[in-house]
Design a binder for this molecule. Sequence first.
Ligand SMILES: [Mn+2]
Length: 296
Amino acid sequence: MGFELSEDRVAADNDGRLECLQDDYDHLGLQLARRNVDIEALTSRAAAFRVAVPSWGVGTGGTRFARFPGPGEPRNVFEKLEDCEVVFKLVRSTPGISLHIPWDRPQNSPVLRMFAESRGLFIESMNSNTFQDQPGQPLSYKYGSLTHVDQAVRRQAIEQNLECLQLGLSLGARYHTVWIGDGGNFPGQLHFRRALDRYLDSLRAIYQKLPAGWRLFLEHKPYEPAFYSTVLGDWGTSYYCARELGERAFSLVDLGHHVPNTNVEQIVARLIHLGKLGGFHFTTVNSETTTLTRDR
Ligand SMILES: [Mn+2]
């Protein structure tokens, strides 16, 4: 059974608040005008702000960790999009959707694309999941995916990313984000330099097939799931790899992927300075994430 949030219901709820809002807006406009700031210019900038809702954010838990599903939780990608539509109707700045493959693999891409577009939504970005094994998967990612020592495993992980690009192309997406769980749990398990070489080799194979007009985002994360080292563990490595790959590769900063006391604002400033900031994941304490993609 679907849940529909009608425009009438939203309008009725807004109605009771409109008068106060207008008063406050007018007053703020006067205050800003005294400082020679045009409130309408600020409003149009704020109204242009866009955030993509991740399909995996509308479920309980929202991550690969253990889940405790509740009533009404979406069971498939269509129900996820229905929930994303409710979010969009309430906040108006989230028409874009971020999909995770294979979790959201559509049986029929045109049908899914139509389903989204008929709700005022569109598929904006793709994400590859090579951080866990899927049923029937020939080779395991237990000891790595894009950086695995076995070329056959790396090839499988590359192919999975290429599938994301193909699906994304038919869905109208323009971005692809890669986050891997590859890393080591103790010293000596992983050869730091060779693992990074393998990472870059695999990413070059993906970058080569990046559709025209697309951007590739590299998402780094320290100490998870590997406790001792992750292959893409910090923004410096992410920046280096984005630079090595080419002008359409960028670093993605997940605001929740930092060690304590890290100055995240400074990292963001550095990446802007270097021309390699691709976007953000906004991560809250319960791990639901949202992507902002920047257009320049
Ligand atoms: Mn993230």
